[in-house]
Design a protein around this ligand. Structure first.
Ligand code: GLU
Length: 428
């Protein structure tokens, strides 16, 4: 990190982690913000942080406690919006950074939200369905005081899905005394969910991937694609690229890596993962135990679609792809950004590349308010249009200012957020 950052009293230097990455990104955009730079400190301080204890009774009668968070980074442009993550490595620094990236993402694609994120430090694989439900409901009750359809709207993220959203919606509604479907997005269709929401993030990655490939003169048909993460983002992106004739040559998940030079049969891999919970043991590809070799694979498009800080100064130099599509949030460190820019790799940043999810969340929220539901075609068309427009605006600005797509996306987004901040003025 180039400049030392002020560490909030509730974080230690040791756990600054992803929040430090985000602060560095803000430092890099500040020189481009003109007179709005006066307000930039706003972006370096989350508006509101809630840390909650989530106790549950385990199936064996014992009591377990989990640490939960909800961070509302910014609400200048609208209510907080962002997912809830269940993962054993969740920290406050991580949730702060993820909430801030939501602020930037929502502004970059111009949906009328601020940014928020939540999480519980838990490995959900160690919980029974009953325990998972009790934990989700207790967490929802604990953060009940700050969420709501006009305040802050959670959604799925790593290890959470439509079932978890149904429990959250039900718990909030029970506490309120009436059904409030707009309090979360990513719900089952039967509860006011939106068609196309589940695959929206992966679809968005694919749409901007096609735009980026066109800029680089790369044909999708026959292009070699490597994907880290085979969940709701990586899995869908893999399928769409494969359907368009690309060869998915490597897939890495939390357990292992599979590779096949002539292209992996994605529907077959999806079936295997649905049955076994991982790509491990898949017969249709070579199993590669050394996790690091994934980054060196011969490919045109690399899609990190798992967790933060995967591409750092350690592996950035080994990457052979000419395009990186950030399906994950925060997968590339600033040091790695410098190396990749130097090498001429086109990095489509998370705040554009994975914004398809929250875009269709926005459609879901609008449909819930009006109780009028759209067809899947309408949704995918609108999604595609928003993603293309956002990509093209950021591309143009990057050319004009001679900056990376990340810096350009941050210029667009931070300008929108800080303009709103300035127009609203400080209270009192
Ligand atoms: N968790 C997703 C993200 O990181 C979606 C958030 C949402 O739909 O609110 O963008």
């Amino acid at each position: 990190m180039s400049t030392p950052h002020e560490i909030p009293s509730y974080l230690t230097p040791r756990d600054i982690g992803p929040w430090g990455v985000y602060l560095e990104q803000i430092d890099r955009v500040t020189p481009y913000l003109g007179s709005l730079a006066r307000w930039v400190e706003t972006l370096k301080r989350p508006k509101r942080i809630l840390i909650v204890d989530v106790p549950i009774e385990r199936d064996d009668g014992s009591i377990a406690h989990f640490e939960g968070y909800r961070v509302q980074h910014n609400t200048s442009r609208g209510p907080g919006k962002g997912g809830v993550r269940f993962h054993q490595d969740v920290t406050l620094s991580e949730v702060m950074a993820l909430s801030a990236w939501m602020t930037v993402k929502n502004a970059a694609v111009n949906v009328p939200y601020g940014g928020a994120k939540g999480g519980i430090r838990v490995d959900p694989k160690t919980l029974s369905q009953g325990e998972l439900q009790r934990m989700t409901r207790r967490y929802t009750s604990e953060i009940n005081i700050i969420i709501g359809p006009n305040k802050d709207i959670p959604a799925p993220d790593v290890n959470t899905n439509e079932k978890v959203m149904a429990w959250m919606m039900d718990t909030y509604s029970m506490n309120m005394g009436s059904t409030v479907s707009g309090v979360v997005t990513g719900k089952p269709i039967s509860l006011g969910g939106s068609l196309g929401r589940q695959e929206a993030t992966g679809r968005g990655v694919y749409v901007v991937g096609c735009e980026a490939a066109a800029k680089r003169g790369l044909e999708i048909k026959g292009a070699r694609v490597a994907i880290q993460g085979f969940g709701n983002v990586g899995g869908v992106a893999a399928r769409l690229f494969a359907e368009a004739g690309a060869k998915v040559v490597a897939v890495q998940d939390h357990v292992t890596t599979v590779m096949r030079d002539s292209g992996i049969d994605i529907p077959a891999l999806q079936k295997h993962v649905a049955e076994h919970g991982s790509v491990d043991g898949f017969k249709g590809a070579e199993l590669v135990r050394d996790r690091n070799s994934f980054w060196e694979v011969d490919c045109d498009i690399l899609i990190p679609a798992a967790l933060e800080q995967q591409i750092s100064e350690v592996n950035a130099n080994k990457i052979r792809a000419s395009i990186i599509l950030e399906g994950a949030n925060g997968p590339t460190t600033p040091a790695a950004d410098d190396i990749l820019n130097e090498k001429g790799v086109l990095v489509v940043p998370d705040v554009i590349a994975n914004a398809g999810g929250v875009t269709v969340s926005y459609f879901e929220w609008v449909q819930d308010f009006s109780s009028f539901f759209w067809t899947e075609d309408e949704i995918n068309q609108r999604l595609t249009r928003i993603m293309r427009e956002a990509f093209s605006a950021v591309w143009q600005l990057a050319q004009e200012k001679e900056v990376s797509l990340r810096t350009a996306a941050f210029i667009v987004a931070c300008t929108r957020v800080l303009q709103a901040r300035e127009m609203r003025g400080l209270y009192p």
